[in-house]
Design a protein around this ligand. Structure first.
Ligand code: SF4
Length: 165
């Protein structure tokens, strides 16, 4: 069985980040997965209702995505506005897309308050980061989807090879 992979749209070259840029990951594995038709592109923040560009946002008070989903933490933008509802809506839309395409694996860009899976920023908008996951990564994991950061693409490749052996 060929497994599909949910992938952050900005890693695929879509200029959908808050600042209107992409963060393209040029890697032979990702190119191969695209040729094989495995890739399901999502941008949770656009799916949640944000536009491009948009203010930078971080999960407040050094919390993480699972606490946001539990209603115990907020996502705020750089002006201090509470944008939690849009982040949760985006996470749910990304999960719906993963389920629709039967994705058991995801490759998401690290550091984002949506897509981060190993680290995120602490809500101080000062570049301070800590271990934790964004709202979408946390929701996907809560539904059994294995989330890999962009820095872990080779580990995901090994995982897929193992599953498909
Ligand atoms: Fe990229 Fe995810 Fe942010 Fe969309 S929500 S711009 S896919 S990091």
């Amino acid at each position: 069985m060929i497994h599909k992979v949910l992938v952050s749209a900005c890693l695929l070259g879509s200029p959908v980040r808050y600042n209107g840029a992409a963060k393209t990951l040029a890697h032979p594995l990702l190119e191969a997965w695209q040729r094989e038709g495995r890739v399901v592109s999502v941008c949770p923040e656009l799916m949640g209702g944000f536009g491009v560009p948009r203010p930078a946002a971080e999960i407040a008070r050094a919390e993480s995505g699972d606490r946001v989903l539990a209603g115990a933490a907020q996502v705020v933008d750089a002006s201090g506005a509470d944008v939690t509802a849009l982040f949760v809506a985006g996470a749910r839309a990304a999960l719906a897309s993963a389920l629709e395409h039967d994705c058991r694996f995801a490759l998401l860009i690290d550091g984002s308050p949506s897509c981060g899976s190993r680290f995120i920023y602490d809500g101080s908008f000062s570049g301070q980061r800590h271990a934790g996951a964004g709202v979408t990564a946390a929701l996907l994991r809560a539904h059994g989807i294995e989330v890999f950061a962009d820095s872990e693409i080779e580990a995901l490749g090994e995982r897929l090879a193992q599953e498909e052996a």
